[in-house]
Design a protein around this ligand. Structure first.
Ligand code: CA
Length: 756
């Protein structure tokens, strides 16, 4: 052992020494043309020969659109680099277009702005000059977004053939449009053998709409062409944009040795055939809405993957084999044929979905398909297999399940062959389990597992992208004129504004929330502080703002008679950042100075990751309490992903207590998701201006878990089941002299619902 250590130390020292020498020589000669501005750059790029190198000087390059083109050779590529990595930034309205042969780009950082045209990095100078044998490596694109969340762009578009995109760090794409797209528009883009490897695909927040894919290869239009793109050794972390983390839409692509970490979505073989999905790792750690692999089309191979802790159901299940459309048009669903899923190790995952999406249109069940030698191990859930249609076209062989798991049923009858129930002993290495008795099932662990450390760039810092409350300092606020306004004004992200006195705080100005703020009562007060105000709304959530309110009473009695007053209001402009709103232990009284006073008022193009309301009382309110119905274009877009209401009372409310709206038939998103527990509604919804004439209006909600509720003297509970297979359940509900639950469809559960 000692010998080994000293040898390693010697190796380490000699490696350092070598590194130093090479850095010094590089600095000395700086073999290339150092350019300090765009004019010098343009002069340098106009006459490039093989082996030439352009070096961007350190500093910030604002509104810089680079065209980098020429004809290098395999031995002597033409290089665009930077003076020092991590010290050259492209900001504002910048981008790069690369064209020609053997062009090599490295070290660029795009941030603080957005691209003025369709993409940030394009592997083509223009329609005529595509890239072939080019490489983009060690580049960063961070939070480079327009202000409108539904303005569409790409971050990277790969055209041409034989290009490589590797060791890049892409994080924080928030608007519509794929992060990285392989384009197959012309013959010159197909059979491309592109290599996409060792990239770090960081946080991509929920878009709440289609168009939030992280990687797409092809489009339905060219999906029967071969792309031959290889995607390997990439790390996908919290890529939550939509249902498809990866959307493969062409033939003969390979996805191997990638890691998907706690990402809400799936690797989807959406269009095209002969895809290989091999040796990938899905570490979902039981996070909500995480998914695995979704199979559509012909001759797909899914083997030796590792899937752990995946909770998503339906299209974002762990393993999803879809039904197809007979004679499907290119943009719908081709039947699954001749596909094989083998040697996958599936541990602690909740949903295997067979014939998923079966409906009148998608009626073609999988045929000539095999599911062989996989381990499905989940000792906590017996019913992991859901069969939506006839699975006799799938041949099952030598699969192993944990003893508790029920075998899949075909036409109601449990399969007799193809599965063995067995207790398995696992050994663990690098956080990955392996079965002692079935060592060939699961990934080949001799290959490196992509993670934060061995992907992306080493020289660029990684920010924490989560919205975190209470991470800053405490600002104590006694009574005073606009005391809270002033405290928020001097606050920093994560700060806590603590109201240290009971009784009334009066705010004469609307309080803008620019970042993550907590406003709470001091813990030792005998009576709660109360806030009154006179502007249209008390709190305006700006883009980037998130708010927690705790232990405070709110009253509308001092407000002016403005139509549409509210306690909390989102920006009336597009919010590119998702927000969070938490309200705990608060009372809202007498919001009644005009006829439509709301608690929360949201605008179109705003999206809440979550709204949590706990232990609150809402009394005497003329308008709506939580009305999230501003996305009415019916394209699967909505205003909130997770809505949680627990231990609350709603009394004498003119509008709705809650309205959630998601319209249209798009299936790329998961929400809204409602958790409504232990809450009562008394005299709600009667105002004639309440267009729903309802206590609650749930339109297109995907999951609603509603328990221990009491409705009294209130208007109806309005359901509209519109897309997917929504899971809507009422349990332990009392309706007392109350209008009933009204729905367009009876596919929802009522357990112990009593009417008096
Ligand atoms: Ca999609």
């Amino acid at each position: 052992m000692r010998v080994y250590i000293s040898i390693s130390i010697i190796l380490l020292f000699s490696a350092c020494a070598q590194l130093n020498i090479s850095t010094i020589t590089e600095e000395k000669k700086l073999d290339g043309t150092l350019v300090n501005n765009i004019e010098e750059y343009k002069a340098a790029v106009s006459n490039l020969k093989p082996g030439d190198k352009i070096v961007l000087a350190n500093g910030t390059w604002t509104d810089t659109e680079l065209k980098f083109y020429g004809k290098g050779t395999a031995e002597q590529p033409i290089i665009l680099s930077v003076q020092e990595k991590g010290k050259v930034f492209l900001e504002g309205q910048s981008n790069i277009r690369i064209g020609g042969e053997y062009m090599h780009v490295e070290g660029l950082v795009f941030r603080n702005g957005h691209t003025p045209s369709g993409s940030v990095i394009a592997f083509r100078k223009d329609k005529e000059m595509l890239c072939n044998n080019c490489r983009v490596t060690e580049c960063v694109i961070e939070d480079y977004n327009p202000s409108e969340r539904f303005d569409s762009d790409y971050w990277v578009e790969i055209y041409g053939k034989n290009n490589r995109f590797d060791h890049n760090y892409l994080v924080g794409k928030r608007n519509r449009g794929v992060t990285l797209a392989v384009r197959l528009k012309t013959e010159a883009d197909r059979e491309n053998y592109h290599q996409i490897d060792h990239n770090y695909f960081g946080y991509r927040p929920i878009l709440g709409s289609n168009g939030g894919e992280t990687l797409r290869v092809g489009t339905s239009h060219y999906s029967l062409s071969n792309s031959n793109t290889i995607v390997e050794y990439n790390y996908f972390e919290h890529c939550n944009g939509e249902l498809e983390i990866i959307s493969s839409k062409s033939c003969q692509n390979t996805f191997r040795n990638n890691t998907f970490y706690e990402s809400q979505g799936t690797l989807t073989m959406r269009h095209g055939n002969e895809t290989l999905v091999e040796n990938n790792y899905f570490f979902a750690n039981r996070k909500a809405n995480t998914g695995g692999i979704r199979i559509i089309n012909e001759s797909q191979t899914v083997r030796n993957n590792y899937l752990q802790g995946i909770t998503g159901h339906r299209f974002r299940g762990t393993l999803v084999v879809m039904n197809g459309v007979p004679n499907s048009p290119l943009n719908r669903y081709f039947q699954v044929k001749n596909s094989e899923t083998s040697n996958n190790l599936i541990i602690d995952c909740d949903h295997i979905q067979l014939c998923a999406g079966s409906d009148e249109e998608r009626s073609a069940t999988p045929i000539d398909t095999k599911i062989t030698s996989n381990i499905f191990y989940n000792t906590k859930k017996d019913d992991v297999f859901t069969v939506y249609d006839d699975i006799s076209g799938i041949e099952f062989e030598e699969n192993v399940v944990s003893p508790n798991i029920a075998f899949p049923k075909n036409k109601g009858k449990e399969l007799e062959k193809g599965f063995t129930a067995k207790t398995i002993k696992f050994i663990e290495k690098d956080g990955v389990k392996r079965s002692k008795s079935h060592p060939n099932i699961g990934p080949d662990q001799s290959k490196p597992i992509p993670g934060r450390e061995n992907t992306g760039v080493s020289w660029y810092p990684k920010k924490d992208y989560q919205i975190r409350f209470g991470t800053g300092k405490v600002i104590e606020v006694p009574h005073g004129e606009n005391a809270i306004f002033n405290a928020v004004k001097k606050s920093k992200p994560g700060d806590i504004i603590r109201l240290t006195e009971s009784g009334n705080y009066f705010e004469g100005k609307a309080i803008t929330i620019p970042h993550t703020i907590t406003i709470e009562a001091a813990p030792n007060l005998t009576k709660r502080p109360e806030i009154t105000f006179e502007r249209t709304s008390l709190f305006n959530l700006e883009n980037g703002g998130s708010l927690t309110l705790e232990g405070i009473n709110f009253s509308g009695r001092n407000c002016g008679d403005y139509s549409g007053n509210s306690i909390v209001c989102t920006s009336r402009y597009s919010m590119i950042n998702n927000y969070k709103l938490m309200i705990r232990n608060c009372d809202f009284n007498d919001l009644d100075v005009n006829h439509s006073f709301n608690v929360l008022k949201v605008y179109k193009n705003t999206f809440a990751d979550s709204i949590l309301v706990e232990n609150c009382r809402f009394n005497n309110i003329t308008g709506h309490v939580f009305n999230l119905d501003k996305e009415i274009d019916d394209r699967g877009i909505y205003n909130v992903e997770n809505m949680v209401i627990r231990d609350c009372t709603f009394k004498d409310i003119g509008g709705v207590a809650l309205s959630l709206y998601r319209g249209g038939r798009d299936e790329s998103t998961f929400g809204p998701i409602l958790d409504l527990h232990n809450t009562s509604f008394d005299n709600v919804g009667h105002d004639k201006r309440n267009k729903y004439q309802a206590t609650m209006n749930l339109h297109g909600v995907q999951i609603a878990d509603m328990r221990k509720l009491e409705f009294k003297d209130s208007k109806k509970i309005n359901l509209h089941l519109i897309v997917g297979e929504p899971i809507i359940e009422f349990r332990d509900v009392l309706l007392k002299n109350n209008e009933d639950i009204v729905s367009n469809d009876d596919a929802f559960q009522q357990i112990n619902v009593t009417r008096e």
